[in-house]
Design a protein around this ligand. Sequence first.
Ligand code: DGP
Length: 114
Amino acid sequence: MDDCIFCRIVRGELPSDKVLETDEVLAFKDIRPQAPVHVLLIPKKHIPSAHHVTEEDAALVGQLHLAAQRVAEQLGIAGTGYRLVTNIGTHGQQTVHHLHYHLIGGRQLQWPPG
Ligand code: DGP
């Protein structure tokens, strides 16, 4: 989408600190990190949220999960663990309406998130 921030990052119109890129998926550091490791994983295809995923996106969502594993290994937090979370809509506090997973780790996280 023309005015979607993450689509603009995919197109290279906005800068990002990339940690992994494939034909379908991009991972880059969150601009407001909540932990020592805070990476966003997105499909290059514009999907508004996880609630908008369709049957035809099933393989793409799988690619996002595999990319998350690779990023966690790459950044050295696979052994200690991490959190993979996606916010949906207003109550979920989604602020960017392009499907993304937050990969957060590098410290002990708390639960419940609030
Ligand atoms: P959410 O609230 O789940 O929609 O998370 C959106 C995240 O995106 C939030 O943690 C901040 C991050 N973010 C917003 N704009 C940018 C940007 O231009 N670059 C990067 N790297 N992250 C961004």
